[in-house]
Write a protein that binds this ligand. Structure first.
Ligand code: PLP
Length: 231
C-alpha cells in the first residue's frame, strides 16, 4: 500500500511525533533533541511532497537512482536528504553531490572516496559511522572494537564531518542492548576528545526504545508511508 494522501501522511507523522515526544519526556529529554527522518525509499515523490506540506524536512533514501529522480521532482522544496542505504563505490559520486547526510559509513575506502569527491562548494558531508551492534547475525557496520580506528580516519578527512554513530540491530533481537552499546561507544569517543552529537537509531518498530536510549535521529518509514513491497 503506497500512501500519497496528504491528510493520511500528515496524521501518521503527527502520531509518530507524539510518541517521540512522549518517549523523550519520559526519559527527561527535550523532544527537540530528536529529529524524525522520514524514510521515503520505494515511495513516490508525491508521498514526500505530502509529508513536506506538514513541515517534515528530513527524508531518508536507500537507493541512489531512485532518490535522484525524486530529488529532481522536488527541487522546489527545501529538504534535508539522508542517504541511509549500503554505499557502493560506484555510487559515491552521486551521493556526495546530492545528500546532506550519510548514515552508513563502515569502511575506510568508502570514507576516503566520499571525502575526495565531496564538492568544495558544499559544506563537508555529515557522516555517521555504522556499527554492527548485533555480532555475527548482521553484515553491515564495523565491529565495536574497530570504531575508534575508523573514527580517527574519518575525522581527519576534509570533505567529511563525523557527527556520530548509526546502527540497525538485527530484527530478531531485543534492540535495547544494541542501542545502549551504540550510546556507550559515542560517549567513549567523546571522552577521547571527539565532539559527536548524533545517534541515528530506531525504526518504525523500535523508535521509542531508541529515544529512551539516547537517539537523536530516528529513521521511520512504514509507520508514516505504509508498507513497502520491497526494500
Ligand atoms: C528502510 C529503513 C528504515 C525504515 O524502516 P521502517 O521499519 O519502515 O521504519 C530505517 N533505517 C534504514 C537503514 C532502512 O534501510
Amino acid at each position: 500500500m503506497r500512501i500519497v494522501d496528504k491528510p493520511v501522511i500528515c496524521a501518521a507523522i503527527a502520531e509518530v511525533k507524539e510518541h517521540m515526544a512522549r518517549a523523550a519526556r519520559e526519559n527527561s529529554r527535550s523532544p527537540d533533541e530528536v529529529t524524525l527522518v522520514a524514510v521515503s525509499k520505494t515511495f513516490p515523490a508525491a508521498s514526500i511532497r505530502a509529508a513536506a506540506s506538514c513541515a517534515q524536512r528530513d527524508f531518508g533514501e536507500s537507493y541512489v537512482q531512485e532518490a535522484l529522480a525524486k530529488q529532481k521532482e522536488l527541487s522546489d522544496l527545501d529538504l534535508v536528504w539522508h542517504f541511509i542505504g549500503p554505499i557502493q563505490s560506484n555510487k559515491t559520486q552521486e551521493i556526495v553531490k546530492n545528500f546532506d547526510w550519510v548514515h552508513g559509513v563502515d569502511r575506510e575506502k568508502i570514507a576516503l572516496r566520499l571525502s575526495r569527491q565531496r564538492p568544495d562548494s558544499l559544506q563537508p558531508l555529515n557522516v555517521c559511522l555504522q556499527v554492527n551492534v548485533s555480532g555475527e547475525s548482521t553484515k553491515s557496520g564495523v565491529a565495536p572494537d574497530e570504531v575508534f580506528a575508523l573514527a580517527a580516519t574519518i575525522s581527519g578527512l576534509p570533505g567529511l564531518k563525523l557527527r556520530g554513530l548509526m546502527a540497525i540491530p538485527a530484527p530478531d533481537q531485543d534492540p535495547r542492548p544494541g542501542f545502549r552499546l551504540l550510546r556507550t561507544l559515542k560517549n567513549a569517543l567523546n571522552d577521547r576528545g571527539y565532539k559527536l552529537d548524533t545517534l541515528s537509531m530506531g525504526m518504525s518498530g523500535d523508535y521509542e526504545i531508541a529515544i529512551q536510549e539516547g537517539a537523536t535521529f530516528v529513521r521511520v518509514g512504514s509507520a508514516i508511508f505504509g508498507n513497502r513491497s520491497y526494500g
